[in-house]
Write a protein that binds this ligand. Sequence first.
Ligand code: SF4
Ligand code: SF4
Length: 283
Amino acid sequence: MKITVMSGKGGTGKTTAATNMALSLKNVQFLDADVEEPNASIFLKPEFFGNSEKAWRNIPDIEQNKCSGCRSCIEFCEYNALARLGEKIIVYPEVCSSCGGCKIICPENVIKVKKRQVGEITGGRSTFNSRSIDFWQGKLTVGEASAVPLIAQLKKKINKNKMVIIDAPPGATCPTIESASDSDFIILVTEPTPFGLHDLKIAVELAQKLGNPYGVIINRSQPKADNIIEDFCRDKQIDILLKIPFSREIAELYSRGIPFITEMKDWQDKFQQIMVDIKEITA
Ligand code: SF4
Ligand code: SF4
């Protein structure tokens, strides 16, 4: 089973939920797909294998001396990644999405492709007590606009014989979609504030469009505040899988890079119960 943990915005506790959940399970693989700022390793503390793997994407490479200057490629490119400068067609690789459309449309067949490094993938193993987690993370090259090819390459590491937890990038953009698209279940992490509700609505819309079953974890839960999320979930018939309380102890452990499940043992059962609930929802 593949479970993607996502949130409408950063800072809601997505990585807290994902890492603690991974630590409650057996035979688990963890993918940190929050490639702009991967930080799950702070909590899972993997021992990384030696070498990292480079991730690439294709960008156009124009044979300028054979180009007729017809501008078809420029007009086609929705990302404004191509421009004419004098006699030359210039490519702006940072904004190119690597869709490959310009190559197909070029009447002179003078657009080739070249590879551009977009990031790197590193793997390792986390060990907590007797449990071991197969850990992978992607790290996007600074200044690189498109995280999608890197996440797609990271997902090739998925081991179908393991329970897979994917920590997705926050938001509801293409990298989040790439992370969550073929998951068996999506966990949406939110917090009981008007901003939390606003971002949850966006994340729910995305999960509905993807067509995957989903449920909610409320982080920084407080009895007097939770109703803002509970009312919405009741109205939309969304299961609330867990509430992680607004707690000084959890916050202190977080600030020291310690997953709270390792110190507050009763939470092991609560995270394991999520899996039981997910299996019931997806049955
Ligand atoms: S590959 Fe796609 S995004 Fe990139 S320049 Fe060509 S048409 Fe534009
Ligand atoms: S479509 Fe091909 S021939 Fe036309 S301007 Fe672009 S690269 Fe040159």
